[in-house]
Ligand binder design. Structure first.
Ligand code: ARG
Length: 459
């Protein structure tokens, strides 16, 4: 069949050009969005008296047939189809002749690809939010279970202060909460109908863009035709939100890797998420956590790719934009899978509290508590800090811990300190005392968990 623009041309495309130009092998996944867009478009054209009712009915019916056939694999595509828009319209025309040729009235592939991509993006954003919500459920459940379990809190990878495992997990809950919020906001900006913008400047034909918006479930209509066909911000927002989300996943995955190491042994990742070694029989490697960390590079790459594609393109549509799709598809596929796999892995992970407990003895995790205790007794913080610093040094040189310090030791360090002045130095005492809003005290973390549940129930 001659292609759909053959009027202006004397010869067809060179074979290698045709292959280079085609996007059908990846944009075929937009088929149902494309058909939904066409059905809404022809319905509106009919309501506006631009296409007859009989023609509209034939077109809608045939488009539905085409959709089913693509779905069940009876229609397959080849390079001559070029892209999903040409493919579907080509089949329609083959089946309906002149009637089929009426569909592409007051429409261009430029607004068609924009509407398809927005419909697809909206659906995918909803799915991404769903899997993130599953992740949040898993985190809330684990945080609740480990809310009274104490572990080392680090800064600079050095022992800092004791925290609860629940508190640590709730930190990730907050990150994924922001990810969900970002995707919700991005959904709102994607929810604009570009259809009817035509090639770049609108049309002389009396269409109703608000009606197609309504038929397609768009909340809004894009304001400017030229912007509508050249805007890929919503794709970029998905890619950047995905990048931030993968960064969170990657940080967490990194913690899984070292928590799972021989040195830490804080957790033991379930066998079903690990692999063995082809040479070392004893090995059980945290491959999934590493792979999640690795996939992050791929998602960042997709974002950089599309930002770079877009940066030099003048208004309005340019073929460069066809390069948006593989990045988008790869990103949503990778992101959704990563979230689900990680959530399942967390669900199956238990913390080895007997080992974690042993790590709490090292590193003077309760030093800040002593300083804060002195402050509560009237000492300026900087002086308290100085005295506790000396206590640490004394303990290190005498190989003692804070609780081993006698009155005599303390007097040597600073005349203002004695044993009765020391606070509850147990890890429980330290953790329970951190009741400031957002702190690690179990009762405060419980508040965070409850607030998290309320929020999650409302998204
Ligand atoms: N396959 C094209 C894309 O993905 C569809 C739009 C083509 N428009 C055009 N005027 N060549 O961007």
């Amino acid at each position: 069949m001659a292609n759909l623009w053959s009027g202006r041309f004397e010869k067809g495309m060179d074979k290698i050009v045709e292959e280079f130009n085609a996007s059908i092998f990846f944009d075929k996944r937009l088929y149902d969005c494309d058909i939904a867009g066409s059905i809404a478009h022809v319905t509106m054209l009919c309501e506006q008296g631009i296409v007859s009712k009989a023609d509209k009915e034939k077109i809608v019916e045939t488009l539905k047939e085409i959709k089913t056939e693509i779905q069940n694999g009876t229609i397959t595509f080849d390079v001559h189809d070029e892209d999903i828009h040409m493919a579907v319209e080509g089949i329609l025309i083959k089946r309906l002749g002149e009637t089929g040729k009426r569909l592409h009235t007051a429409r261009s592939r430029n607004d068609q690809v924009a509407v398809d991509t927005r419909l697809y993006a909206k659906r995918e954003i909803v799915e991404i939010i769903e899997v993130l919500k599953y992740m949040e459920h898993v985190l809330l459940e684990k945080a609740e279970k480990y809310n009274n379990q104490i572990m080392v809190g680090f800064t600079h990878m050095q022992h800092a202060q004791p925290v609860t495992v629940g508190f640590h997990l709730m930190a990730y809950f907050q990150m994924f909460k922001r990810d969900i919020e970002r995707f919700i906001q991005c959904y709102e900006r994607t929810d604009y109908n570009p259809l009817g913008s035509c090639a770049l400047a609108g049309t002389t034909i009396p269409i109703d863009r608000h009606r197609t918006a309504e038929l397609l479930g768009f909340k809004n209509v894009t304001e400017n035709a030229m912007d509508s066909v050249s805007d890929r911000d919503y794709v970029l927002e998905i890619l950047s939100n995905a990048s931030i989300c993968m960064m969170h996943i990657s940080r967490f995955a990194e913690e899984f890797v070292y928590w799972n190491s021989q040195e830490f042994s804080y957790i033991s990742i379930d066998d079903s998420f690990c692999t063995g070694s082809s040479i070392m029989p004893q090995k059980k490697n945290p491959d999934m956590a590493e792979l999640l960390r690795g996939k992050t590079g791929r998602i960042y790459g997709n974002l950089m790719q599309l930002l770079t594609v877009m940066k030099g393109t003048p208004l309005a549509y340019n073929k460069d934009f066809q390069e948006d799709k593989e990045s988008l598809f790869d990103t949503v596929d990778t992101l959704k899978k990563s979230i689900v796999i990680f959530a399942k892995m967390i669900e199956k992970t238990e913390f080895r509290m007997e080992i974690i407990k042993k790590h709490l003895d090292k590193g003077f995790l309760n030093a800040t508590d002593i300083a804060e205790h002195f402050v509560k007794n009237g000492m300026p913080f900087r002086e308290a800090h100085e005295i506790v610093g000396k206590m640490v040094k004394y303990c290190e040189t005498t190989n003692k811990d804070f609780i081993d310090l006698t009155d005599e030791d303390l007097q040597k360090i600073d005349s203002r300190v004695n044993n009765t002045l020391l606070p509850d130095l147990t890890m429980e005492g330290c953790v329970n005392g951190r009741v400031s809003y957002g702190g690690t005290a179990p009762k405060e973390v419980l508040r965070q968990i409850e607030a998290g549940k309320t929020w999650l129930g409302g998204v």
